[in-house]
Ligand binder design. Sequence first.
Ligand code: ADP
Ligand code: MG
Length: 705
Amino acid sequence: MSEVVNVAEIFGKNVFNETVMKERLPKSVFKKLKRTIEDGTELDPSIADVVAHAMKDWAIERGATHYTHWFQPLTGTTAEKHDSFISAPDAEGKVIMEFSGKELIKGEPDASSFPSGGLRATFEARGYTAWDCTSPAFLREDAAGVTLCIPTAFCSYKGEALDQKTPLLRSMQAIDTQALRILKLFGNTTSKRVVPSVGPEQEYFIVDRAKYLQRKDLIYAGRTLFGAMPPKGQELEDHYFGAIRERIGSYMNEVNQELWKLGVTAKTQHNEVAPAQHELAPIYDQANLAVDHNQIVMETLKKVAGRHGLTCLLHEKPFAGVNGSGKHNNWSLTTNDGINMLNPGDTPHENIQFLLVLGCIMKAIDTHADLLREAASDVGNDHRLGANEAPPAIISIFVGEQLEDVINQLCDTGAATHSKSGGKLSTGVATLPDLDKDATDRNRTSPFAFTGNKFEFRMVGSSDSIAPANVVLNTIVAEAFKEAADELEKAEDFDMAVHDMIKKLLSDHQRIIFNGNGYSDEWIAEAEKRGLPNIRSMVDAIPSLVTDKAVKLYETFGVFTKAELESRVEVEYEAYAKAINIEARTMIDMAGKQIIPAVIRYTGTLADSINKVRSACPDADVSVQTELLTETSDLLSEMKTALSDLQSITEESLAVSDACACARAYHDKVVPAMAALRAPADKLEMIVDKELWPFPSYGDLIFEV
Ligand code: ADP
Ligand code: MG
């Protein structure tokens, strides 16, 4: 048994949070900092030295030797450069521990090696990290010792965003301003801020580290590039919510403790649908914290796995044939005084403010479905979206029975008179209480589902940052709010105007509502009839970032400049091409150096055995061996041809200099060539002697953790 943990005692122990700040900062400094954090006002630079000093003392008392500006460049993960606190030795050779306000507020990593998509030439290497004081500093304890991590935004010399955080913070300002206007229209004068709250559910796979290390594809690409299905997959669905095995349990236990220490509210954990797949969800938080915490969750899942002889795979599709992993981004809007703007109450048909908010969200999603789809694009997610496990690549909204009914009433008759209620759920067992039923069932096939008082955006990939999805949600809803407020603030008869507006919003954008089965072929056809975009791949999704519509949206709210959008397009095309290039080269390596030699060895043993049997017994039937030898040799030569093709196609694609054309070449030519190489290899895996197969099989990986 592991030792008893007092969660309340360890929670937030490594965070420079409000309690610590209150304890350690002079009252006036604490007040100023708190105002910045809570009201979003500018940080007073004069207090920086005092805060830095307190932060340093606190960190050093806990064993910290280094600090780092922790940021989120466009690589999808986080970056950090560690500086120790020591000063230059004095005349007596003594060092002191130093950390100034300047070092806290601003860092200057050499930015030239981070993706900037042409925003910054390599000779203009300056990039700055700026302290995001709304996300608290924390201490990371690991083999490198204790490090003070300061969450920062990362910008170029000219102030252009080079990271995920900066546009996110900008989009939070936009939604704050516009949402307050809506609230004011309904007579709310007390709420001072509106903050998007986000709760991301994180899926992941766990495999045995020793086996992982035998697979070059897992090491280089994070997913298997070869692999035949084992006799059992996920068809029994016996893994979903199944009892958690001891080895995994002890891993999850340590993950939770590490997260709690860092103030991450790890809340639920369970086994997912696929064998070896699991999920972790925290309690929701304000968007920028949720984004930071999700990065910490991903880092922690990976780091702690190593300590248990395990490896955590965050890739969206580590194994063909079983479910991949995603992230459900739960999103809503909450005021500083605790009002959830997405709460319909018991009688939504009477809740005019909610209906306006709902109408605005429908308009936002309908107008900018392409942007939301783009935000969920990453290389690995191409394997999920549109396949029968994750939401389809078509964006639609699930509102459930109750709201759909209210919308229909409003659209059909102009007035909504009642709301369906959930009623009671009777279990038919006398000793069990009747339960209150939710007014609406769930829909696991919808990409954007209303779940009572929040929307759940279910398309994000498991390895991806959730920042882009939230940037899109915040900004497009800010736009819809702005357009509504512009009109309603001028209206002479507000009640009438808002009633007409709700009806118009709901009917104009009713096409985005779909409550049926999003996995069905009928939906694809129906969506096409409705004119909803069906964007099938990342490469197809990227151009939506720079349409006139997108540029206007983002420039209006100061979230991205056109140049920043163009840079992101460039970065994404490059990221795509690079990732597929690595996959292709890994396949070439594995096929040429491992699989083909193994198959040749196997054909050799077959040929030897045929000869041996023949010489021992000339009349013996060797048809089975001969047939196997023929089949194996045929597949082998199919593989060799596919390997040569993949080699030349990859080389040609790599030579394409334009980023878009290069990514297209990888998508249109290299990906199919990879599939052509995989097919015969997977068949061979089913034939060749297991002893000779050069790496662990799917069965070894996902059933024997
Ligand atoms: P469900 O079972 O509907 O998915 P859960 O209670 O399991 O709902 O919550 C899933 C995630 O949604 C959790 O991370 C949770 O904290 C988050 N969540 C709950 N309420 C909100 C909200 N108002 N805004 C954002 N996220 C929320
Ligand atoms: Mg959920």
